[in-house]
Design a protein around this ligand. Structure first.
Ligand SMILES: [Fe+2]
Length: 429
């Protein structure tokens, strides 16, 4: 038998299948190293469109919360359980100002201070010493964000260059819950190898999805950027060279250009297509919030675009369909509730994953040592440019043989350097 001769054959019995997850990197609760790190960033909690006449119950970083907008238009995020007798504020009443617990009527302002304690003789004294847990709120792109970190040092909500481009509007999307840890959701962004495989399966099986040009295997370049970690995937497409890039920004958002790009039309930079925040719900659940960047002259009807951009991102399809046409959700959630890095065997195309884990680890260490992590900005002027964009140039730009992998790699490295001097979004302003 072959198994007797080659130590790598028939290793089912001996191959390691179980190990502990990387708790330092992956845990998100209060007081854990990763949880304290994540609390230095604005976390998406809900779409503004979800705020109605009753509070919205959400879970974030292992904490149960309610989100609401009161009659005066203030948006609040409070701990779920009322500080009086612990009833859930998901049953509370939204008032002209604040949120009133359904049980005994304590009324809380959006900052958690008590406005009213009906029938309580000691109200004046209690109001000086008791309040409901609350977090500062910022709304952008139709999404409600909260800052769940130390209140003495609140970062600015970073308005990245791609959020305010002329001729590109932002459209809030849909939120998806994935039953796994946030790290494996975000690693997907800096893993261009999967795009060529997973997202080409629909084409192979007769469904329109990403542009067919994605099927051409690219060469990869990975780089740390001022904002995070990016990849460049370079291909020759007929008479052009197409350099695609995507970027993980800070720990928990990423941004990509169009999944319908063909790389056949020359351009110095492409407009952004989607930005996606991951909210670590708890250790083994993640919620993704989508923001679409829509060109004024976009040819594809938006409903079709929306269908294709979120295809395969959650478990809303029958299991046989997901087996036949698996999507990101199926690949990521099936890694396990917390992917165990010790049982992986990474290849050279996984360098983006390694860089991302290193980025997060550095940030966790910084916070543990009392420093601000990368991606934490106190003023808007500190917010760096982003690089994710597609550049398409004539194939004649290449100095050597375009079929040579080294020639393509050298060109991609040149593009990465150029992005530093002239951020790609500057071409669109
Ligand atoms: Fe993907």
């Amino acid at each position: 038998m072959k198994g007797h001769d080659t130590p790598l054959a028939y290793r089912g019995y001996t191959a390691k299948q179980q190990a502990e997850p990387d708790n330092y990197l992956c845990r998100v609760g209060r007081g854990t190293p990763g949880g304290e790190y994540l609390r230095r960033f604005w976390q998406p909690l809900a779409y503004e469109s979800e705020l109605g006449r009753v509070p919205l119950r959400v879970r974030a970083l292992g904490e149960d919360l309610v989100v609401f907008r009161d009659g005066s238009g203030q948006t609040g995020v409070l701990h779920l359980h009322c500080c009086h007798r612990n009833s859930s504020l998901e049953y509370a009443m939204i008032e002209a100002r604040g949120l009133r617990c359904c049980y005994h009527g304590r009324l809380f302002d959006v900052d958690g201070t008590i406005i009213d304690m009906p029938g309580e003789p000691a109200a004046d004294r209690l109001r000086q010493t008791v309040s409901q847990g609350a977090y500062p709120v910022h709304c952008f792109g139709g999404i409600v964000f909260a800052y769940m970190g130390p209140p003495d040092r609140i970062p600015v909500f970073p308005m990245y260059d791609r959020f305010t481009l002329p001729g590109v509007s932002t459209v809030p999307g849909i939120r998806f819950k994935q039953d796994c840890n946030w790290i494996q959701i975000k690693e997907n962004t800096v893993d261009p190898h999967h795009t060529h495989v997973l997202h080409v399966i629909p084409q192979l099986r007769g469904m329109e999805h990403f542009a067919p040009e994605f099927g051409e295997f690219p060469v990869f370049t990975f780089t740390e950027t001022a904002a995070g970690v990016a990849y460049l995937a370079s291909r020759c497409v007929g008479e052009t060279v197409w350099v695609r890039s995507a970027e993980t920004i800070g720990p928990h958002l990423h941004t990509i250009s169009s999944i319908f790009e063909t790389g056949r039309q020359c351009k110095p930079a492409s407009a952004p297509f989607m930005t996606i925040w991951a909210l670590p719900v708890d250790d083994d659940h993640t919620m993704s919030f989508y923001l679409s960047h829509v060109l004024a002259d976009e040819a594809m009807p938006f409903a079709k675009r929306r269908y294709l951009e979120v295809f395969g991102q959650n478990d809303d399809r029958p299991y046989p369909d997901r087996q036949w046409l698996p999507g990101d959700h199926d690949a990521q959630v099936s890694q396990g509730s917390i992917n165990v890095h010790q049982t992986e065997h990474l290849g050279s195309n996984d360098r983006g994953v390694t860089l991302f884990r290193r980025y997060v680890r550095r940030g966790i260490e910084a916070v543990a040592q009392g420093r601000d992590p990368q991606g934490f900005y106190l003023t808007q002027s500190e917010v760096p440019p982003t690089v994710a964009s597609d550049r398409v140039v004539p194939i004649t730009v290449l100095p050597g043989d375009p079929t040579n992998r080294e020639t393509l790699l050298a060109y991609a490295e040149q593009v990465a350097r150029e992005y530093v001097n002239e951020p790609p979004m500057s071409f669109l302003i």
